[in-house]
Structures are given as C-alpha cells and as structure tokens.
Design a protein around this ligand. Structure first.
Ligand SMILES: Nc1ncnc2c1ncn2[C@@H]1O[C@H](COP(=O)(O)OP(=O)(O)OP(=O)(O)O)[C@@H](O)[C@H]1O
Length: 604
C-alpha cells in the first residue's frame, strides 16, 4: 500500500456544523478557545491528563472524558480524590494495555505461523462462543461486489444515506469528490461510528477499512484495500431491520444520490454503434423563466409532478411508467427551452436522440436499453428526422429504380448503408411503447415539431404522445414573464400599448426576448420597451404589406386562371367548329352531308 497524504480540518462540532464548515471553512480553534479553567496546578494536571486520555482511543475517551469545565470547584480535597482515582484507573489501564499488547502479539504470531484453515476454524468457533453472550447482530456491506469488478450499488446507497447522518453526528468526517456529484460528499472517516434511529430502534454504522493480500506473482506481497460498512443492531430488532430498515436505507440513499448528482445531456454517436456520450447538463431555463400563459404553464407543471410521483399508480393501471409529450409550434416559441425547464424541474437527464445517426431498429433498441431511469428522451424536429410514413420510402425506391435506368454508374450498396438510416416507423413506435420501453424506470419522451400536420397520426396518438402542447406566438401573459426576467419590471405605462400590439400581430417569444435584452449600459427598461413597441409596429406593417401582397397575388392568380379558362373555352368552342368543318370536310370526302354530322353531334 502506498503512503497517502491528506489534510485534516478540526473544529468544535457543537458550535459549528459540518455543513457550515464545508461552505465557509473551519473556524479558528485552539485550547484557548475553550471555556476558561480554574483551580491552579492540580486543575492543569487534570487538563493534561484529559488531553493524554483524549489520545488513548475512542472507548477510553468515553470513560475518562468527564466535563471538568462544567463542574464547580468545591475544594482541593475533591480534586485530590479525583486525582487519586484517576491515577488508580490509569494504572489499571496500563496493565490492561500491556495484556492487550501481549494478546495482539500472540495473535500476530498465531497468524504468522499457523495455517490459514486452522485460523478460520478457530475464528468460527470463537464467533459461535461470542454469539451466545453477545446479543447484537452485524451485517457487513462491501464496497465491491463478489466478482470484485463493480462498485456495489448498496454500498453507494449506504454511503449517500450516511453522508447526511454523519455530517451532523460523526466527529471525524471524510470529504469525497464523488464522480457526477454536484458538491463534495461528506462521509464518515475510517472506523468512525454513527448511530441511527428507525421506528424507535437504535442502530450503529461503522465504516471499516481492511487490507487483504492480493494474489500476485510478485516477490513482494501486495495489499488491497477493502472498505465496508458494518451495521450493528440488537437481535430482537432483526425483523424490522431485514423487513423495512434496509429497504429504507437503500431508497433514501438513492434519492440523496439523485438529488446530489450532476445531470447529464446525452447524445448518440454517429458511426460508433449504439452508444451514448454525455456532457454535464447546465441549461439555466426553468418554468419560472419560461414565457407562456401562466395557467397553461401551471397545468404542465402539475402534470409533470403527478407523473413523477406516479410509480404506484402506473403499476396499478398496468402501464409502463412513462409519458409522451408532443411540443409543436413555430420556430422560436420555446420548445427546446421547455425541455430544459422540464429537466430542471424533474431532475432528469436528457437523452437527445438523433434518429438519422441510428443505423436500424436493432440499434435503436440497444440505445433504449442503455437509457437509465429519470430520463427525458428527446427527438427534436421529428418531421425532419426520418422518413417515417413508409410511403416515401416506396416512392424513393421507385425513384431510385428510374434513376438506375438513367444512371450508368450504379451506387455501391455499402455506401448507401452507411449514409442512410433504416429506422422505420414501426421501429420507432416500438421504441416508444414496445415491451422494451418499460425497462429502466421513469422516463418522458418528448417530440418537437414545427409542422404537426406532417406527422403520422399513429406516432402522435394519445397513449404514445399523451400530452400535446402548442407553443405559440407571444401573448401578453408570456410577455410579462419576459419583462420580469429581462428587465425586472412587473408593470409599466407602456404595457397597455404592448398588450394591444401583441393582440394585433404575431411575434415569437424569441423575438420579444431579443428586444427586451439590455445590450449596452446606456439601455434601460424604458428604451427596451420602446424598441419592442417599434418592432411590434414594424412587424404589424410588415404583416399588413405581406397580407396585401398575398391578396393581390391571389387576385392576380385568380384573374389569370379566369382568363386561361375563358381562353380555353374559346379555344374549345373554336375547335368544335373546326371539328365540324373538319368532319364536314372528311365527311364530304366520304360523301356524308354536314347536317347528318350535326344530327350525330346532337343525338348521342
Ligand atoms: N417561451 C419562451 N420563454 C422564454 N424564452 C424563450 C421562449 N421561447 C423562446 N425563447 C428564447 O428564444 C430562444 C429560442 O427558443 P427555443 O430554441 O426554445 O425555440 P424552439 O421553439 O425550440 O425553436 P426551434 O423550433 O427553431 O427549435 C431561447 O434561447 C430563449 O431564449
């Protein structure tokens, strides 16, 4: 084992909580900081004695550490008595110490020279013997699983669970920089004990560290550090501990870990098989900053919260714990912003699925299996992602056929395979609500589109996309949210004009937000609101001009169509006269009279 260096931070636990120290740094502490002591030399000796005993160990410290400061000094005799008592006990402990040292020595010799098997047998019978008189049960939880490959999930849950207990109760703490955690995680130091209470029973947790020999071909024995938590409780509480306490620890630990973890934004890799890669998700959008009608916003928040607490409900109704959201509306109305707000509200990871990078349905399924619980699976611009109707594919094949006939150099099949995704609509439907979709726990599936009408009805039917949310142009309610976010303004004399203009013209929240943004130190709320009014008026004029242009274009087209129609009709009537003449001529040739033709023309 290599030597390790670390820093120790000490502070009085009663006056400064660990959490406070973690955030503000340790307070200055020394013996001078303790309450003043009185009583002359003998008192100093007592203090010295106390200091020495402090270092003798945890158990000894508990016995000897009486609170000298809190006692009132009644007289020198009392101190002398105490002093003698201490000396006697000190001698006793010295003797005990030497006995223990001898025993340790004997044990070490025994370990060294006796075979391991014999040691195990002896240990087994010793444990049995101790079991008759010792009423406590111990459970150990190793850091690594039996295969010694993976970190045990239970160990991690216990670590998170105890991090909250130990930061308030333990005296020696260890700060871990846990991967994926937002802040430092405080845990008990090695061999530290924390007492826990559950349903009126007391339990003790100890964190242990041991070194065991590594099987190695090296000449020098290598040692491996094994960490574990040991839980001790009275045997009469066995049922409670096994029945509910351990489950409680696991659930709580997981919940703490989830709330501490850093959320991630995943993306599926192109050309690397079914794999996700991730970055830390740090989008600041929340439902508070999202500009939309307050009532609609509240309805969405309620829906999401109900879903997140719906584990038992979904189980009861026999449905996988997932919910589909379809977000549709023009560009810049806040669809992506809403996804970020959802993630921040629910504390879920975001899996941004790029369908065009998925080779086929099998790869899509593999990606699905790798998604953990508490996730939002997003497919943005679903209408552009793939040809999902199946009809276009047919059309494409036909086109290719025609193309092949014309193209003298045919495409290589492999080249085609690498560039085209073969994910089908049925593959995607299976992804959303097939049997595999139930694996992995709670998740939201969100599709966004600018053109909802283009989507296959099967894809967005209720049950698949349970909630359809339209994000539209900025209304006055949404504007007020933006004004508060961007300008810290709740009301203003220009609000009336803005409300009227927003009712008359369409502007996306993205455009409104851009006008409200302070772009220099000279700008303020007034100037921003005025520039918004100007932009709205310009947009109104633009819209009117556009509408007029479209109307005149339409009128022109209609007039053109009408003229064409009239022309055609004229031509038709002219043609029919020609036909008659022609026929007449022909018939003349054939010797048939024109009148007959006319008659034939009239009579069917
Ligand atoms: N409803 C909104 N609330 C707050 N900010 C918004 C809102 N809509 C748009 N924005 C602002 O406009 C920017 C663009 O919005 P966003 O990307 O969410 O729009 P979108 O609807 O997803 O657009 P697209 O369809 O083009 O992807 C955001 O960065 C945000 O600042």
């Amino acid at each position: 084992m290599g030597a390790r260096s670390n820093y120790e931070c000490r502070f009085p636990s009663k006056r400064h909580k660990a959490s406070h120290v973690m955030s503000t740094g340790p307070p200055s502490h020394s013996w001078e900081g303790a309450p003043p002591l009185r009583g002359g030399l003998i008192f100093h000796r007592l203090v010295e004695q106390r200091c020495c005993l402090y270092h003798l160990g945890h158990a000894m410290r508990r016995t000897f550490c009486f609170h000298t400061q809190e006692q009132t000094v009644s007289g020198l005799e009392q101190f002398e008595m105490q002093w003698r008592k201490m000396m006697k006990m000190g001698e006793l402990w010295t003797q005990l110490g030497s006995v223990m040292a001898s025993m340790m020595f004997a044990y070490a010799m025994f370990k060294q020279f006796f075979p391991d098997d014999l040691g195990n047998i002896l240990e087994k019978y010793t444990q049995k013997l101790v079991g008759y008189v010792y009423p406590y049960i111990q459970i150990s939880f190793d850091e690594y699983t039996v295969e010694f490959l993976r970190r045990s999930e239970v160990y991690s849950s216990i670590q998170s669970y105890l991090s909250t207990k130990s930061s308030t109760r333990a005296k020696r703490l260890k700060a871990h920089d846990v991967k994926g955690s937002k802040a430092l995680v405080l845990g008990m130091d090695d061999n530290e004990e924390v007492t826990d209470e559950f349903q009126g029973i007391k339990l003790w947790w100890v964190s242990m560290k041991s070194a065991s020999k590594k099987s190695s071909f090296s000449f020098y024995p290598e040692y491996e550090e094994r960490k574990q938590y040991k839980l001790t409780f009275h045997r009469r509480h066995r049922d409670i501990v096994m029945g509910s306490y351990l489950d409680h620890v696991r659930q709580e630990g997981k919940a703490i870990a989830v709330s501490n973890r850093q959320r991630k934004l995943y993306i599926n890799n192109t050309g690397k098989g079914a794999k996700w890669s991730h970055v830390v998700f740090e989008h600041p959008a929340t439902f508070e900053t999202l500009a939309m009608d307050p009532k609609e916003k509240q309805a969405i928040i309620n829906d999401l919260m109900k879903f997140s607490k719906g584990k038992d409900y979904y189980k009861k109704i026999g449905k996988a714990w997932k919910r589909g959201y379809l977000l549709y509306g023009p560009p810049g109305t806040g669809k992506s912003t809403m996804i970020s707000a959802m993630s921040n509200l629910m504390n879920y990871d975001v899996y941004d699925l790029e369908l065009t990078a998925v080779k086929d349905n099998t790869e899509l399924r593999k990606l699905l299996i790798d998604i953990t619980g508490k996730a939002i699976i997003v497919i943005e611009d679903i209408d552009c992602s793939l040809d999902l109707t199946g009809q276009r594919k047919k059309k494409k094949q036909e086109e290719e056929k025609d193309g092949d006939e014309k193209d003298p150099i045919p495409k290589k099949p492999e080249e085609e395979e690498t560039t085209t995704s073969k994910v089908t609509l049925s593959g995607l439907l299976n992804f959303i609500d097939g049997i595999w979709s139930a694996c992995g726990g709670e998740r939201l599936i969100v599709f966004t589109t600018n053109y909802v009408d283009k989507l296959d009805p099967a894809l967005i039917r209720r049950g698949r996309m349970d909630k359809h949310i339209q994000l539209s142009y900025c209304c006055f309610g949404a504007f007020k949210v933006l004004a508060r976010n961007y300008l810290d303004v709740e009301s203003h004399e220009l609000f009336g004009t803005i409300e009227r203009l927003l009712g008359e013209t369409d502007m996306t929240p993205a455009d409104v937000a851009e006008n409200l943004m302070l772009k220099s130190d000279t700008e303020d709320a007034d100037s921003c609101l005025k520039s918004l009014i100007e932009a709205l008026e310009a947009a109104k004029v633009e819209a009117r001009v556009k509408a007029e242009e479209e109307a005149s274009k339409k009128a022109e087209e209609e007039a053109k169509l009408k003229a064409d129609k009239e022309e055609k009709e004229k031509e038709k009537s002219g043609n029919s006269n020609d036909d008659v003449k022609c026929n007449g001529t022909k018939d003349k040739v054939k010797g048939t009279p024109v009148t007959e033709v006319k008659e034939n023309g009239v009579t069917p």
